[in-house]
Design a protein around this ligand. Structure first.
Ligand code: DAH
Length: 344
């Protein structure tokens, strides 16, 4: 009996050695036939089982099975290795470098104006301002008269406003007429609204001005709305839009529809107030116009100025995007140059 086992063990060692020399799938299959196949050496050796005494057979048979299984196992591993090697050399022969990084798919993204608009609107949404939609085509009265522009105000001039062939119908020059629409819709309820949208001005196109641009208007009206509320709201906006810890400052200004009126600056996001090229060495960047809603405008909107007060603000959206991302030419926004659209 030990003879047969010894023979099987020897065969096993021989088979394992032979297997490590196989280099191709075909060779490994030939190896299978030589050792494990029906006419293979293992099968032949096992025929010797028949000559053994019956009581010896189980023990020898068991060992023989173990060896057979072990050989099947190493064959499977060898074939896996050969397959990987064959794949690698086939790829090498075809000149395919599988380590070369893939090409990034070109994924579309929001236009920088839309991105900034969404950022701004979201910040005010969080403070309870709801989105309000208002038209781009307005009457002269909505755009100017009801906002308390005197008849001889220079903004009404031919150079600034796009007129239409319909008398009195113009393209809005700012989002402020939306204030009148919102007030007339909700008066006498308190309101907090933001109104983003396109505006048009008949101006020379330069690095600083386009004929078409976007603004966001904000309006809050209630029973005890004060200038402090305006300050807090805009400070919160500046901190969320331009980074925690930003300072803002108010400069006195004039708009016909607010009294008092201010322009608001944020400390320069590049130099934090030290003075640099971006802030023209002032340390401050102008971001918007604002003020307390003029009593005449409140009345035009349907609110009694003896009972209600409110604040309003308006900002150029491209301007916010330019400040935030260090863009120095507004024309880039609408010239469809992917190098710019991708970068911003
Ligand atoms: N409408 C003004 C403009 O286009 C911006 C503005 C200033 C809006 C003050 C306001 C405000 O609501 O209170 O220049």
């Amino acid at each position: 009996m030990s003879d047969l086992i010894a023979q099987l063990e020897e065969l096993c060692i021989e088979a394992e050695a032979a297997l490590t020399r196989t280099q191709t799938t075909a060779e490994s299959e030939a190896w299978y036939h030589e050792y494990l196949g029906r006419k293979g050496k293992m099968t032949a050796a096992l025929r010797g089982l028949g000559q053994l005494a019956p009581e010896q057979r189980p023990q020898v048979g068991k060992r023989a099975n173990e060896i057979k299984q072990a050989l099947e196992q190493v064959l499977a591993e060898r074939q896996e290795q050969i397959a990987a090697d064959e794949m690698a050399s086939a790829l090498a022969a075809e000149g395919i470098d599988i380590t070369m990084p893939g090409r990034r798919p070109a994924v579309g993204k929001l236009h920088p104006t839309n991105q900034a608009m969404r950022d701004i609107v979201q910040i005010f949404n969080q403070m309870g301002f709801q989105l309000f939609d208002s038209p781009e085509v307005e009457t002269d009265d909505m755009n100017f008269g009801l906002l308390n522009f005197p008849l001889d105000h220079p903004a009404r001039e031919m150079q600034d406003t796009f007129f239409t062939t319909t008398p009195d119908v113009i393209l809005r020059t700012h989002t402020s007429p939306g204030q009148i629409h919102a007030m007339r819709k909700y008066a006498p309820e308190p309101i907090r609204v933001v109104l983003p949208g396109k505006c048009y001005r008949n101006e020379d196109v330069t690095a600083r001005s386009e004929m078409m641009f976007y603004q966001v208007e904000g309006l809050a009206i209630g029973h005890n709305v004060t200038f402090s509320d305006l300050k807090g709201t805009l400070l919160n906006f500046a901190n969320q839009m331009y980074g925690e810890g930003r300072k803002i400052r108010f400069r006195k200004s004039y708009f016909p529809f607010t009294e008092p009126s201010v322009e608001v600056d944020v400390d320069c996001i590049l130099c934090a107030g030290a003075g640099c090229r971006i802030c023209k060495y002032t340390g401050w960047l102008e971001i918007l116009g604002a003020g307390m809603v003029h009593p005449v405008v409140l009345r035009n909107g349907g609110y009694d100025p003896a009972i209600f007060s409110g604040f309003a603000f308006g900002m150029g959206i491209e301007r916010q995007a330019m400040l935030k991302r260090g863009v120095d030419d507004i024309r880039l926004f609408y010239s469809n140059d992917v190098r710019f659209l991708d970068r911003v």
